[in-house]
Design a protein around this ligand. Sequence first.
Ligand SMILES: [Mn+2]
Length: 425
Amino acid sequence: MPTAREADSQKVQATPVVRADLRKGRAAEQKEPADQNESALRSALAALIPKSAMNTFVESCVNTVAGSAVAVQRRSKHHPRFARLLKLLAGKKNILVTTHQHPDPDALASAHAVVFLLSSRLGKDVSISMSIKGQIGGGLNDAFTKHSNLKLAPWDEAGLLAGKYDGIILLDCQPMFAYSPLPPSVPATAVIDHHRTRGRNPKCPFCDIRTDVGATASIVFSYFQEAKVGIPREMAAALVYAIETDLAGAAGTPGELDNIALSNLTLLADTRKLYQMRYVDLPQEYYIAYAAGLFNALVYENAIISHIDEIDSLEKPAVLADFLLRYNKVQWSLVTGVHGSRLVISLRTSSTKLSAAEMIRRLIRRMGEGGGHRTKAGGVIPLKNVSPGEIERVRTILRRRYLRALGIKNARGQRLVPRGDMAKS
Ligand SMILES: [Mn+2]
């Protein structure tokens, strides 16, 4: 058992390594962060850095961050999760790493990072591939895919059914979810996720589901800490962006692990890449969806609801719901969009009285499927046909249930953007 003092010195020792990387401008590609050559580094650095107020400031920042990283590492010593996963994958020859259909940055970055991490630990003769079922939608997710240099193998449904893979890792999703890529007859070896489910955890040999964590990417970060594997700068940028976007709309509620992951990854991240991911070029459809979302938005006391038609990617209702939740008078935001022959629903809340996951269940009861977290949830309702009448019928049911669940009696909504203002130009 290390004494408190030893534990403290561990904390300090991690610092010069990070600082050295910062000075070199590249914290990546480093396989053994702490431990090695530390005293040498520390004295070299002491000689290099003249004591100034700025250095003291940087040092204290780095100390704080390194301390929290060490805490994650220490905790994982008592609950080794990644070690358990590695053990389970020993001897496997063909491993599939996958995530939900219509993946978002958290899903994509997490899967990408797990491929990297496993490749660094499993032998060369093991094939580890990342594959996504279906298309990656246009807009933000598509742009993210390009910026993060993902290598995707084509989805092989027939191979999957024929038992081509002897190990399957499912991230940011669970086998019984509507958007799971796995056929019911194909079990996952490992499930790593942060979504809430009503029932029990899925049955699988390795199950790491932490609903108090804001992003699957944060859980994956903790594996890197446990395995002491360095994170390349581009990957760190992708992971920061992934955590940020999953936390959007739930602002102010990152969990402890998210905070630690964000502060550490920010030090490592290629900031140019991160900036590119944050400010991607957007296609015209984005502006059309935003315009419709704003134009159709109705406010009922502390709840807002809006609709967009014909979406080409599932992220649009989600992005709009996040944006509408920021209206300073509301605590609930609901946006629907028509995707093929389904109505897609995104729900956001800043209220602590009722979780978004519970609300979505009430909204789509006996009509569709959905789920989510405390502050964010989503669902899909199959439409009998895509006629305006059918779409309106389902939307009316949703609105009634929404208002009833929130105890809102006044069924007359106020426009967020009055019509006159919208028409002026
Ligand atoms: Mn996620």
